[in-house]
Design a protein around this ligand. Structure first.
Ligand code: FO1
Length: 315
């Protein structure tokens, strides 16, 4: 592999953890050099509106509008719509803030006019001066479903309504086999000018696997000349946020970065481990650092380490 200085850095990402990494990268690289390929398996239609949570988390994060404490939605949000909705007996389990609603209404209208999720996302990014290229993994619908002890649950019913309480026995990505990669996705991965491909510390099973389940994307990753480096979502034997650890236990997988590396298997060239975790038997090239991303400096540190490892692998 040859190190491509000044080349593009492509990130496969889900929600909040991935958005933090991309924000860190955007502090050390010109944003135009960053391409984020975003999970859309969490997307769903709710109250007639098309919701794309991971794309929106990234958009809000990169435009400085994210509610960092909550991990989704906008800072300083108001909730008039939800209270009116509840007063009329509407479903209140999935919260749509007033400002957030604008995005869903415009996206849904544009989709109904025949526009693609890719071009709509590109427009939102341009409107809010986001230089990072944000690409949905696909313009075709892909829906994550979980088989649980409460039956089959679509992703948001499991995640938000049931707060990840049901025990999961399997996960599937409906539509992934037929889905095409969105324009620009396979090209960014295959491009010989790409410097590194990073797998964000997002949930491997719920946020990254839907991306990998699209055949064209998996193939492009296999053929990529750039080094592929994952950042462990497991820190000190636990998940930083969300159901990753609980899910791994339920699926009979050891909760460790080594197990995550094994899950990505041959796709990976290297991995960033947290220094609290044992490296186990893994012979994968790695760097062990503090991977917790609380402050902006933390995000920069993790992004820099991932690039450092990728550049070393490319030498
Ligand atoms: N997460 C919640 O836990 N509760 C919510 O009511 C909720 C609403 C919501 C609305 C728009 C949006 O873009 C995201 C929203 N999320 C909510 C987050 C989202 O369901 C998940 O964080 C992601 O899908 C997982 O990455």
């Amino acid at each position: 592999m040859n190190s491509v200085s000044g080349g593009k850095v492509v990130v496969l990402t889900g929600g909040v953890g991935g958005a933090k990494l991309v924000l860190g990268l955007a502090q050390i690289l010109p944003p135009e050099q960053i391409v984020a390929i975003v999970n859309t398996g969490d997307d769903f239609r709710h109250l007639g509106l098309w919701i794309s949570p991971d794309l929106d988390t990234l958009l809000y994060t990169l435009s400085g509008k994210a509610n960092a404490t909550q991990g989704w939605g906008r800072e300083g949000e108001t909730w008039q719509f939800m209270s009116a909705l509840r007063s009329l007996g509407g479903e209140g389990w999935f919260q749509l803030g007033d400002g957030d609603l604008a995005l869903h209404v415009l996206r849904t209208a544009a989709l109904a006019q025949g526009e693609t999720l890719s071009t709509i996302t590109q427009r939102f990014g341009a409107d809010w001066n986001v230089g990072v290229r944000m690409l949905p993994m696909s313009d075709d619908p892909v829906a994550t479903h979980l088989t649980t002890d409460e039956g089959d649950l679509p992703f948001q019913r499991y995640f938000v309504e049931r707060r990840c309480v049901p025990r999961v026995s399997s996960i599937r990505f409906e539509g992934a086999e037929r889905a095409r990669a969105a324009p620009g996705v396979a090209q960014a991965l295959r491009d010989t000018g790409t410097r590194a491909i990073l797998i964000a510390p997002s949930n491997p099973y719920l946020s990254v696997d839907p991306i990998l389940a699209i055949p064209e994307i998996r193939q492009a990753l296999r053929e990529a000349s750039a080094p592929i480096v994952a950042i462990s979502p497991i820190v000190g034997g636990k998940a930083v946020k969300g159901p990753t650890a609980k899910l791994m236990e339920e699926l009979g997988i050891e909760v460790s970065p080594a197990a995550v590396a094994a899950h990505y298997g041959e796709l990976l060239d290297g991995m960033i481990f947290d220094r609290r975790d044992p490296v186990g038997e893994s012979t994968l090239p790695r760097l062990s650092i503090d991977t917790l991303m609380v402050t902006l400096e933390d995000r920069v540190r993790v992004a820099s380490a991932a690039l450092q490892l990728a550049d070393r692998l490319a030498e």
